[in-house]
Design a binder for this molecule. Structure first.
Ligand SMILES: [Zn+2]
Length: 237
């Protein structure tokens, strides 16, 4: 049964008085011959959001394996690690400097959400309270997950991104062959990491960045469109 949107991306404009770094945004034309097939996330003013190589070479992603007892904390962390490896393999394939780095399963205290007065950490976390999920993310009540991005107004440079997995409404599976009635956790995380990297939903149904997925269905491998998007975007930054 096709049941749920896999995810929604929400942008949170960064309104702190951070200076916009030198060279913010693209300084020259960026060749993207395949851009029609993947979709970039833009902020409210239409500026693309991205991680800049001057700010970060490897984006550290922590796992905060709270929530339901099953999958276990170790299984949740392992699913995140596999999803990170999937995107890194694509980045290595087109020789990008940018990569994702597993930060482990013990994130810094207070790391979820954007910290306006100090360092930030990117975290995958889990919410197993359905009421709390629906009140926190009313636009994503039926989503398996959601990714929040904070970027600097005027430049689009990302400063923080956190991924939330909806365990209130859905059970998630880490079984190798998936499980009927459950969301496939690795598929959900792989999709949400695409949002963390700066992608919105594509119309291509086979792509990881398509906007819906059924329960009991795995989509753990990147489609050529997902790979092309990553390579073309980060060749420019
Ligand atoms: Zn999504």
């Amino acid at each position: 049964m096709r049941l749920a949107l896999i995810a929604v991306v929400a942008l949170v404009g960064c309104t702190v008085s951070e200076p916009i770094p030198e060279g913010a945004g693209l300084t020259e034309a960026c060749p993207r011959p395949n851009e029609i097939s993947y979709v970039k996330t833009v902020d409210d003013s239409g500026i693309e959001t991205f991680w800049h190589a001057d700010d970060v070479s490897c984006i550290t992603v922590y796992t905060d394996p709270i929530g339901r007892a099953s999958p276990s904390p170790a299984e949740k962390h392992a699913a995140v690690q596999r999803s990170i490896a999937t995107w890194n393999a694509a980045a290595e394939g087109c020789v990008l400097a940018l990569c994702l780095r597993d930060g482990g399963s013990n994130p810094p205290a207070g790391a979820v959400g954007h910290n306006t007065s100090g360092a930030n950490a990117n975290v995958v976390t889990f919410i197993d309270d359905r009421g709390r999920w629906e009140s926190t993310f009313p636009e994503a009540a039926s989503a398996f997950g959601i990714t929040l991005i904070t970027s600097v107004v005027g430049s689009g440079r990302m400063v923080d991104s956190d991924i939330f997995v909806n365990e209130g409404r859905f059970a998630h599976s880490v079984a190798s062959e998936t499980e009927a009635g459950k969301a496939d956790l690795e598929s959900v995380i792989t999709h949400e990491l695409g949002h963390l990297l700066g992608f919105d939903h594509t119309q291509t149904a086979l792509a990881v960045m398509f906007d819906s997925l059924g329960t009991g269905v795995a989509k753990r491998s990147l489609h050529p469109i997902d790979v092309t998007g990553l390579c073309e975007l980060y060749a420019c930054y």
